[in-house]
Design a protein around this ligand. Structure first.
Ligand code: ADP
Length: 996
């Protein structure tokens, strides 16, 4: 063997190995670019088509392609290839062509991946290897023994150095025919414009495959010289330049047009450059190679877009644009860029372009047409496409039962989805799927703990729902019952399954329920909103049609996707009956109480009438009695009668109040005057007991208030009376203040404070009860009826206020009352001191001239009064002013004492004459004195303040009159008014008609 032959043999065999390596490249690229569930299937197809390719090409493919040509159309020799030469060069060439054939067959496997049945693919490979590739190869590449073109295209001058068309386009157009028959993968194109990109299983592997392919291409193009000559380096450099420029073209396009750079497109751009340069790599300069590669990138991108967007052709790896369209471009580029010396003698570039175009066209028509017919024929006998479910689970499993870790993880997940909670994903810390499986198992464990917690809760919830006595019902927005517990079954007489899904109207007739009615329309109106969260009484209906009163509480619950309402329904029949009977009992009690009050009112009134008569006649009797013992007895009758009248008046008051027969007056009164009147009255009592009566103010105090003055006076007199009664030493204080309230008018508040015996804790709880006293002994010691506080409390409340007391045994008491003041708008507010009232009430000298005071102070006074208390009181008052006081028990004695004093030369300066007296009344005594010519001042004392009483007194000869109970101030004023001029009393002046 010559040196050259040896070198060439080594070179071509090396290139053969490189082209064989392209199988590995295709395997990585195509399986990396398809989805993982199909990756094994794609790889397997790549390997198996090599088996088929080798056998067919050996058996007859080589013969058809390179055997002796029959008319330029078909090879007719060299079937079942054998090589008898010593140098075995034909075998070298055969091997090189064999791997080319395999390459052409493999191209299609990526395009039809993921949906073509394995068996059908094998037939497709047979079709390409058996006739599509060898026959076109014969037309383009066959040669005679003189190495002149023998195929009809070759004879025309068709140039395709390493097979842009012969190898690449043939594979691609065959793939196109198969892809069109198969149709796109399920879900690849949904609707008109939407296309769904499926993710590639392993891009790094695809990248490796791409690089291996490129490496193989050095052999593919470099070996096509079939000699290691000077062309080889430039062929390889051209190959590289075209490859990178195709890749750059796609990369630039992605940078400009897309946000994210598609790795697949960059790979395919580069591969398109490699495919295109294949036809002319032996005949172009480097710039041309770059240009061809770049344009191939453009062609690839444009055709890819055309196929996908316009024709919805699903080519999984982009084989058709890369090998088919870029192959066509490469074939045409020969005419445009190649050295013309390669063209047949005299042929212009344009003519060559026509020849190239013809070749490319024939390639398409033949490869596409023959394979399309062939596959349609195959389709008549067997399905080409896998079933939809196989496509879904993936061809790895469907066709080979081969599973990946990822797939088994998915299977575990699907099993869980179907309810198998036992199995766990395979765990392997050194694979991605294994780590995901580990984490998935942890999630499952956590979920199981949660689930068991939820189950626990469900059990607890169920047991509550089933054991609670109340009916618990859940309804949805349409008013349909969704839950119906055992309590509801008992209450309504329906079984759970009978009620579920029915309208709530079944249980709560629309007549009686608003809520359900409203949410049956699906809208929550304000009434429903109001009903939610509150209780309302409704009428519910049982299965047997009977109705019963029930209480309904509704709460709304927001679930993840909707709102439901939970109602708790309680049968309140018993409660209603009980309420009814209570109501009746209350009405009866009220009626009885009213009857009692009315009875008391009537009785008091009835008793008062005879009592008035008893007292009246006792008075008459007293006037006529002379015997001291009889007078004493009649006086006892009178005292007890008066006490009884007091009691009856109290009872009458109380019963009137309780029978709500007291009508309040509302008049504007002068605050100071009211207080002054009360203090004036009580001052005497306090004086009698030697107690100080303090009047104090927490200023300011309104000048006037609107109230019922009689009732206010009654309350305060009662409280002050009690305070004086139950206090032996110390003082009694009336303290007044104004209380402003935010929400209504102000109130006037009075404290009645004493330093008396106090009230025990136990007694405090009772004191407002009628006829209740602190203890029995107090009754005896202090007297009283136990009605005063009962009346006061009720009156205070009627005046809009309250009564309170703080007290403890031995340390005095403080009673506090408040009364409404009415509006204080424009009412002047006063700043008062104790003096301003006290002086008005108690000060003797205020308002009376000093000389008069002196005159009064030196006076001798006779008090004609039968009542012991009044005798004591009046003489106490007058003595306090420095007067000399004598007493007479009746008119007769009074008359005698006055006359005796007159005659003795020491007449009385004033006489205070009670008008109602036994033996001789004041009228008679006065008239008699006047008849005797007595002119000294006589001041009538009368309990009746009526006008005709006054007239009667004056008519009888009195100079003035004062009312009982005695108002000290007024009395002193009256005395002062009648005071005779200063100096010794002119005796004669006292008897006007002494002469007569
Ligand atoms: P009466 O004073 O006519 O007995 P009340 O209703 O006014 O009836 O008073 C009821 C009882 O409350 C009195 O009997 C007395 O025991 C007690 N009480 C009232 N005020 C005072 C007071 N200021 N100090 C001590 N005890 C009082």
């Amino acid at each position: 063997m010559s040196h050259e032959l040896t070198t060439n043999t080594i070179w071509v065999l090396t290139c053969t190995s490189l082209v064989f390596l392209m199988q590995a490249g295709f395997c990585c690229l195509e399986s990396g670019l398809s989805r993982s569930k199909n990756s094994i299937n794609v790889a397997t197809k790549n390997i198996v088509d090599f088996f088929i390719g080798v056998f067919i090409f050996w058996l007859f493919g080589f013969g058809l392609m390179f055997g002796q040509s029959y008319g330029g159309w078909i090879g007719t020799t060299q079937f079942a290839f054998e090589d008898s030469s010593n140098a075995h060069w034909p075998t070298v060439v055969f091997l090189f062509q064999l791997v080319f054939c395999s390459t052409a067959m493999t191209i299609s496997s990526g395009a039809v991946a993921e949906r073509m049945r394995f068996r059908a693919y094998l037939l497709l490979a047979v079709g390409i290897g058996a006739f599509a590739y060898p026959l076109f190869g014969h037309w383009a590449w066959a040669h005679d023994s003189a190495r002149n073109p023998a195929g009809w295209l070759g004879k025309l001058g068709f140039l395709d150095f390493a097979g842009s068309s012969v190898v690449h386009s043939v594979g691609a157009w065959a793939a196109l025919a198969a892809v069109l028959i198969l149709g796109p993968r399920t879900g690849r194109f949904t609707g008109d414009s939407n296309e769904q990109r499926f993710s590639s299983s392993n891009l790094p592997m695809a990248a490796l495959g791409f690089l291996i392919l490129w490496f193989g291409w050095f052999g593919f193009n470099g070996g096509s010289t079939l000699a290691l000559n000077g062309q080889v380096p430039s062929i390889i450099l051209n190959t590289i330049l075209a490859g990178i420029s195709g890749g750059i073209c796609a990369l630039l396009w992605e940078l400009i047009a897309s946000k994210q750079i598609s790795v697949e497109k960059v790979f395919n751009g580069s591969l398109a450059g490699l495919v295109a340069i294949t036809a002319s790599c032996n005949a172009v300069n480097y710039p041309s190679a770059i240009c061809i590669g770049f344009i191939a990138g453009v062609v690839m991108l444009a055709s890819l877009s055309l196929l996908e967007n316009r024709f919805k052709i699903d080519d999984v790896v982009g084989a058709i644009p890369v090998h088919g369209f870029a192959g066509v471009w490469g074939t045409l580029a020969v005419a445009l860029f190649a050295d013309t010396s390669l063209f047949q003698t005299g042929v212009s570039r344009t003519t060559q372009l026509g020849i190239q175009a013809l070749g490319a066209g024939v390639c398409f028509v033949w490869s596409f047409g023959s394979i399309w017919l062939f596959m349609m024929l195959v389709k008549c006998f067997m399905p080409l496409r896998v079933t939809a479910s196989d496509e879904k689970i993936g061809l790895n499993v469907a066709e080979h039962g081969a599973s990946t870790e990822l797939h088994s993880l998915l299977e575990t997940m699907i099993a869980h989805e179907k309810g198998d909670n036992q199995s766990r994903a395979d765990v392997d810390n050194f694979t991605e799927a294994g780590i995901v499986g580990y984490q998935y198992n942890r999630v499952l464990d956590a979920q199981e703990i949660l689930l068991s917690d939820v189950k626990d809760r469900e059990v607890r919830y169920r047991s509550i729902m089933d054991n609670v006595m109340d009916a618990i019902i859940t309804i949805n927005l349409e008013g349909k019952i969704e839950e119906f517990n055992r309590g509801a079954e008992y209450l309504f007489g329906y079984y759970n399954h009978e009620a579920i899904g029915k309208s709530i109207d079944l249980l709560i007739p629309p007549l009686h329920q608003k809520i359900q009615h409203e949410y049956s329309s699906g809208e929550l109106n304000p009434q429903l909103v109001r009903a939610i969260g509150s209780r309302q009484e409704i009428v519910a209906q049982r299965n047997d049609g009977s109705t019963f009163p029930a209480e309904l509480a509704v709460s709304s619950v927001l679930l993840a996707d909707r709102e439901i309402f939970t109602g708790i329904i309680q049968d309140i029949s018993e409660r209603k009956d009980y309420e009814r009977s209570l109501n009746e009992a209350r009405k009866r009690a009220e009626a009885a109480s009213e009857a009692k009050s009315e009875f008391l009112a009537n009785m008091s009134h009835e008793i008062r009438t005879p009592m008035t008569a008893i007292l009246g006649f006792t008075d008459i009797l007293l006037r006529n009695l002379n015997n001291q013992e009889d007078i004493e007895s009649a006086n006892i009758v009178k005292r007890n009668g008066e006490y009884l009248i007091g009691v009856i008046n109290d009872i009458l008051d109380l019963s009137k109040i309780e029978a709500r027969k007291v009508e309040l007056e509302q008049v504007r009164v002068n605050t100071i005057e009211v207080i002054r009147d009360i203090v004036a009255l009580m001052q005497i009592k306090a004086d009698l007991k030697g107690l100080e009566l303090v009047v104090s103010f927490e200023n300011p105090i309104p000048e006037t208030i609107v109230t019922d003055p009689t009732r206010l006076r009654q309350i305060l007199i009662n409280l002050l009376g009690n305070a004086i009664k139950f206090t032996e030493t110390g003082y009694v204080e009336l303290r007044t203040r104004t209380i402003n309230r935010e929400d209504s008018f102000a109130q006037l508040q009075f404290d009645v404070i004493d330093t008396g015996i106090g009230i025990s804790k136990e007694a405090l709880a009772q004191i407002y009860q009628p006829f209740t006293q602190a203890d029995n002994s107090t009754t005896r010691k202090y007297g009283g009826t136990g009605l005063g506080l009962a009346i006061s409390k009720r009156l205070v409340e009627m005046l809009g206020g309250q009564i309170q007391v703080t007290s403890s045994t031995g340390s005095g008491s403080t009673f506090t009352i408040s009364v409404n003041t009415g509006s204080l708008k424009e009412v002047p507010l006063l700043h008062l001191d104790q003096g301003s009232i006290k002086s008005a009430v108690t000060g003797s000298s205020q308002g009376i001239s000093e000389s008069v005071c002196k005159t009064i102070a030196a006076s001798r006074v006779l008090v004609v009064e039968d009542g012991l208390d009044n005798q004591r009181l009046i003489s106490f008052l007058l003595k306090k002013e420095g007067m000399q006081v004598d007493l007479a028990d009746n008119g007769q004695l009074g008359y005698e004492k006055i006359m005796a004093a007159l005659q003795s030369g020491e007449p009385y300066n004033f006489v205070l004459m009670d008008m109602q007296m036994p033996v001789m009344d004041g009228y008679t005594a006065t008239s008699k004195l006047r008849e005797e010519g007595y002119t000294g001042p006589i001041i009538a004392l009368t309990a009746h303040a009526m006008k005709n009483d006054m007239d009667k007194c004056l008519k009888a000869g009195c100079d003035a009159y004062a009312t009982k109970p005695v108002d000290k101030r007024k009395l002193l004023e009256t005395i002062a008014r009648l005071a005779p001029p200063a100096g010794p009393t002119d005796l004669t002046s006292l008897v006007a008609n002494s002469d007569s």
